[in-house]
Design a protein around this ligand. Sequence first.
Ligand code: NAP
Length: 248
Amino acid sequence: MKKVALVTGGSRGIGAATAQQLAAAGYAVCINYLHNHDAAQQAVQGILVQGGTAIAIQADVAVEAEVVRLFSELDQQLGRLDALVNNAGILMQQCRLEDLTAERINRLFSTNVTSYFLCCREAVKRMSSRHGGQGGAIVNVSSAAARLGSPNEYVDYAATKGAIDTLTKGLSVEVANEGIRVNCVRPGLIYTTMHADGGEANRVERLKSGVPMQRGGTPDEVAAAIGFLLSDAASYITGSFVDVSGGR
Ligand code: NAP
């Protein structure tokens, strides 16, 4: 029987590349998305034509009831969950801290942080030997921004990623003896359309000279690190952070 993986925000960018690589590695993949039905269907089709197994489930992972529904639909359609990739995330228009509002900060934290906690909660309930589960692996997608702070761009976004690093550390120890490994990847400047949401579609081009490797990264390069951390090759790795950021 195929292992089952859930990729939140799997319709585009890093999530879509991860879903594709996990399917090629033999997982049945559930692609979660928010609005972009066409992109989600395209990601599913891309896997099906390669002979893989994939479904798409729309759910806003920032909303608790939607997360509960997402996991329950996944249970029904694919069965036992083996791997969770917490990847769905947003950023907003670049600005300085004195221009932030509580509404914006709260929206970022509910999408980028609360959702990761809720999906981890539902995954642990299914994977933990404490609850009769067979174990599993979780990878949280954080960001180099957690280390760098994103000054003059989005300190609020960077702070959400700092919270993900702390979540990874705490949860990894909490469930280490229950068959679950919890790790984190921290991408740097990756070519996706997310940068356009911050108002600068060409952000990677502007900043890449500051990267020791002098280039941006691809979604596939991040997906490869996620796939490794989920795999049996990483069986003694938990609570670890892999920076996929060209040396920055
Ligand atoms: P992206 O291309 O903008 O894709 C975002 C994905 O998240 C889409 O599939 C989107 O669904 C989904 N999504 C957004 N809000 C959601 C919600 N509330 N519920 C469910 N799904 C939701 O992003 P990306 O660049 O691949 O980034 C993926 C992750 O990597 C994020 O956590 C991001 O912070 C992190 N990261 C990215 C970079 C980078 O340079 N790109 C660097 C460091 C870290 P729809 O298609 O339906 O909108």
